[in-house]
Design a protein around this ligand. Sequence first.
Ligand SMILES: Nc1ncnc2c1ncn2[C@@H]1O[C@H](COP(=O)(O)OP(=O)(O)OP(=O)(O)O)[C@@H](O)[C@H]1O
Length: 266
Amino acid sequence: MMTTTELEEMVEKKTGQHVVKMKGVSKIFPNGNVAVDNVDIDIADGEFISFVGPSGCGKSTIFKMISGLVENTTGEIEILGSQVQTAQQKRTDVGFVFQDATLLPWRSVLENVMLPLEFQRMSKVEKREEAERALKLVGLKDYAKSLPRQLSGGMKMRVSIARALVAKPKLLLMDEPFGALDEITRQSLQSELLRIWESQKMTVLFITHNVFEAVYLSTKVAVMTPSPGKIASTVNVSLPFPRDDEIRTTHQFSDIVARVSRDLKF
Ligand SMILES: Nc1ncnc2c1ncn2[C@@H]1O[C@H](COP(=O)(O)OP(=O)(O)OP(=O)(O)O)[C@@H](O)[C@H]1O
């Protein structure tokens, strides 16, 4: 088991490179809504950071600015060492997972996972092998030929995660991926996600409304408050990895949950 200090050293060692750097970033929509106000945040390589906050505090807008879908009004955003516009062109570096699995219903599970590789210069055999590898990672290798409608909600989400992982992204953006799942499925997918994150050595940015989920998953939690959307605090989650289910019942876990919940109220 990795101790807290070892974990911090591991993240520290990789900290030479910041995967996301935001400085003085604001987004004011044309109707005057200040969705994000003067956000500064540096996210180190290998970090798992959750953004928690009430509806409307700017979480999705931050993700949209990182992915280049929405332009920032002020400030600078650097992703994987380049300005966001350039990062946008290197699409395979960044993977996305949303609350809705958004699978193509007429395509098999394997064909859905192969989608992001469609325009890559690889042979069909290689594409298939990469998709099979991603499906194995999420524990669905036996469902390659199934159609999405034959899967449960949790399995569909696993396919969606496999599709995001197939191009081996360095940065994975997950916008409330488990929000629509029941609590048991949700907890099992949380454990799976941590196992994948540890084995794939990528950086994950994760949006959730659920403080327990944020603390269980993350190395850091960015607590956001609304009107205007701001990062009120960044809380280090100094719990060791790998994290098993028991960790959720420890005092240390409850203390961090209490700290995040307190910051949410400011
Ligand atoms: N296109 C838009 N035009 C005007 N205002 C917008 C637009 N998109 C978002 N907003 C406003 O910006 C603020 C932040 O929205 P955002 O969707 O980023 O919040 P959020 O924290 O992701 O919310 P939720 O948890 O409900 O998804 C909200 O007040 C929202 O109404």
